[in-house]
Design a protein around this ligand. Structure first.
Ligand code: ZN
Ligand code: ZN
Ligand code: ZN
Length: 450
């Protein structure tokens, strides 16, 4: 981690006797010696190597200050510095007990204490950490999905000083750029790996371009308070099916605060130069499709790959958008329903059926609701069983279809093909008297669905 944001303006000298709050935003008595600051900034590494605090000459007589709260320390580094201070002037034989803290200079979680010796009159710096932990704190907060106020709250409870909002924002920007660079690198590597595996499997287009299956999904938040609001930003990602790694990610925003503020100020007002986040116009529901379309359109340029099969959610309508964009000359993208979504829809339909008063007699509906999990489990198990079977794909599909049909017969006690298929259970076929035969006798919608 770099400490790029550490700048002299972030430092604050605290006169503890004034009892000012720990937040460095509230600057008090800013008279931190330039030398102290450069010592920390420019020669930070040097001080780590030598493990000795830099001596600052200070001619002014200053009173000891009372320190409050807690500080984050780099423990070994700090103890070594304390040890060195204890033997700061062997000529006079003065030790740490002759020294008083006369000032504290802070930059978020980093403090430099100025200590003055009563015997030799020398002034020394004692720094809490060798590396600046401010960026680490911002990273931690980002990882748990929180923001500046969470960091401020936590630090206040721990009674430690914390970075100002400005420092926080600078660190956030640096981290954002780092994340971007790393994610681009990782996507490139994932693309290379997918390409290698596609070539090995012989999945090539008529022009010899490797073709892969991808999984895609996106999201845009919805907020509902009496009426529905669509979120102003959305994200979507494309993941390679073989590597399970991200190949493309996109985020679209319909809103930028600075643009909006300048718009509110007047029609002719041009917004000042800023990092603009607005990159999308159109309806919120089309954000997902738009991002994915972009991913498909750039797959050849980014990875030299064709995404020929798309595994996506049953309700997604972005396939049409992708097809309309004609991303590839000789290949048409095919959509494969995702197993999870199919099962989700299956369970939802069973649930709805249990609640639908027009569907059939309550006793049967209750029975169906009760078996909801078993019905789903039977399909999941069948998929698992067939997936690992050493037979050609077409054969697998045919058998799985039979299994799914039989799952209902099995769960409701008929066991039509259980003995024949061999792995459901060993019950014998029961043509009459099972719950299924009652359901089948019913002519209401309950029958159509099962
Ligand atoms: Zn001394
Ligand atoms: Zn803007
Ligand atoms: Zn059975």
């Amino acid at each position: 981690m770099k400490d790029e944001s550490t700048s002299s303006s972030n430092f604050e000298a605290i006169d503890q006797s004034s009892g000012k709050p720990l937040d460095e935003n509230k600057t008090t008595a800013v008279d931190a010696s330039e030398e102290t600051i450069t010592a920390f900034l420019g020669k930070e590494n040097e001080s780590i190597v030598r493990n000795t605090p830099k001596t600052i000459q200070n001619q002014n007589e200053e009173k000891p200050v009372k320190l409050e709260g807690r500080r984050l320390v780099d423990i070994q580094y700090f103890l070594d510095c304390v040890k060195n201070l204890n033997n700061h002037e062997p000529k006079f034989g003065c030790t740490l007990s002759n020294m008083n803290v006369i000032k504290e200079v802070r930059n978020g979680y980093v403090s430099i204490f100025k200590l003055k010796c009563d015997i030799c009159r020398g002034t020394y710096d004692l720094q809490t950490t060798a590396r600046n932990p401010n960026q680490d704190a911002v990273l931690g907060v980002m990882m748990i999905g929180a923001g500046y106020s969470a960091l401020a709250q936590l630090s206040t409870c721990l009674e430690t000083p914390f970075p100002s909002q400005r420092t926080y924002r600078i660190q956030e920007d640096i981290l954002g750029e780092t994340f971007e660079t790393i994610s681009l690198k990782s996507m490139r590597q994932a693309g290379e790996m997918e390409k290698k595996l596609a070539i090995e499997a012989g999945d090539l287009s008529p022009d010899g371009v490797p073709m892969i299956t991808v999984v895609a999904d996106g999201s845009w938040a919805k907020r509902s308070y009496r009426s529905n609001y669509n979120s102003l930003s959305g994200a979507a990602a494309i993941i390679g099916c073989r590597t399970k790694q991200v190949l493309f990610i996109g985020i679209k925003n319909k809103y930028c605060t600075i643009c909006q503020l300048s718009k509110n100020q007047g029609h002719n007002q041009m917004p000042k130069r800023h990092k603009c986040f607005k990159n999308f116009e159109g309806s919120s529901t089309s954000i997902e499709g738009d991002i994915l379309k972009e991913g498909f359109l750039h797959s050849l340029e980014h990875h030299g790959l064709i995404y020929h099969k798309l595994i996506a959610d049953g309700d997604s309508n972005f396939l049409k958008k992708i097809l309309d964009a004609h991303p590839y000359k000789n290949v048409i993208v095919k959509k494969i329903e995702c197993r999870n979504h199919l099962l989700q829809n299956y369970s939802r339909k069973i649930r709805d059926l249990g609640k639908d008063v027009n569907a059939g007699p309550l006793v049967l509906r209750k029975q169906i609701s009760k078996e909801q999990l078993r019905l789903r489990y039977a399909v999941t198990k069948a998929i698992e069983h067939r997936k690992n079977e050493g037979v050609p794909m077409l054969e697998k599909i045919k058998l799985l279809r039979q299994d799914i049909d039989n799952s209902i017969s099995h769960v409701f006690g008929e066991h039509k093909l259980c003995a024949e298929l061999g792995y459901f259970c060993h019950e014998q076929y029961k043509p009459s008297g099972s719950i299924l035969s009652y359901i089948l006798k019913n002519d209401r919608p309950i029958r159509q669905i099962i």
